[in-house]
Design a protein around this ligand. Sequence first.
Ligand code: 2HG
Ligand code: ZN
Length: 474
Amino acid sequence: MPHVATERFLTELAAIVGPRGLLTDPTDIAPYAEDWRRLYRGHPPAVVRPATTQEVAEVVRACAAAGVGIVPQGGNTSMVGGAVPAEDGSEIVLALARLNRILEIDPVDMTLTLQAGVTLKAAQEAAAAKGCLLPLSIASEGTAQIGGVLATNAGGNNTIRYGNARDLVLGLEVVLPDGEVWEGLRRLRKDNTGYCLRQLFVGAEGTLGIITAAVLKLAPLPREVEVALCALPSAEAALDLFSRFQAQDPAALQAFEYMSGSGMDLVLAHIPGSALPLVTPADHYVLVELASPRVGAGLRPALEEVLGAALEEGVVLDAAIAASGAQRAAIWKLREEHSEAQKRAGASVKNDVSVPVSRVPALLHRAAEACEALLPGIRIVPFGHLGDGNIHFNLVQPEGMDPAAFLARDQDLMAAVGAVVRDLGGSFSAEHGVGRLKPAMLPGWRGGAELETMRRIKQALDPHGIMNPGKVLP
Ligand code: 2HG
Ligand code: ZN
């Protein structure tokens, strides 16, 4: 059980990270104390901003000796309160933003070695400058940092083609809960030497150690990209369209994203500069992206072939193909601004769930029915990564309802969606993690031997429970 930090302890931290590296003024601390969704506000006595792995290790050793909890924090974009400190002053925030160096890009090995505090966008840009693609794309990539992206095993828009964050990790450097540094920055494509430690830290949400650097796999940079926005009559039609693109050329399919008409309406209403590039609004939309590293891959005719047939058969009602990079970006913006638009529309309850892809239409119908029965007038605004079965089944408060009264219903609503997801063989946390929001749900979904094994791993690595306390495990 972590202890409350003393003045003496803070002086010790200042000696490790220097005056630039320690924030204790409440105004400076405030942005680190609250999550993006504003669900939680902690009271950390300090925010430590180490500049080197060695400093991270010394801070961890000091915290371990004092029994003070540590909350590792990257861009603070967690959707589940994964990087917020406790209210009782027993946890400091350890921000990794100053570990922001790209260490090496190797275009032969196709690897990117970098520190944890580099933003995902900066990492993508560094790779692109060397003619390579870092194939991980998430809406918060301008702010999210590599350490957090790996700690949550982020998924995002390109999972259908390249997998999740964990599929890109070849090596890691991790500061363990006793302050020892595991130097595992290998870049091997094959390495069967005992337990795969790096995968233990990916997705552990900072509860087993602090990721300070990583080696990531790169892919060839696409030379041809096509993006289309399609309006569809039903969720079944969206799945049908996905199958058509899969059947045509699965290797070209880079993203297949779903948006509901209700979600699109919120974007159009709340995000300045957004416009629908289609004549008639619909109840369902899909963004499809095809990409190839080959010049002359013929993606445009391929896209037109599938869309043409789908239009003729009534599977697609209308479609717009981007004619320039600016138009591609404008279509992507309609998708990526969904979270921001929902935030502006009022209080929201998020269900980051996944089901087998074939069951996405059933999820959309049945979960909507269950939520409407619980709270008439609720705004159902699902969107997400249809191609991998991960839907953000998000709910926005009825117009005019008191936000607090709506949030008081969150457990009921999440349970109702959860019951449908369970019945469809899905997961209650697809890509955002468990964080502080969902530990109580874990035993119901991952009980028995699975939860017990997780507890034993936690106990073995962090026996005093100082690493990101209160997250993931109940
Ligand atoms: C996305 O896919 C993110 O845009 C955020 O995962 C989802 O706001 C959300 O629930
Ligand atoms: Zn997502």
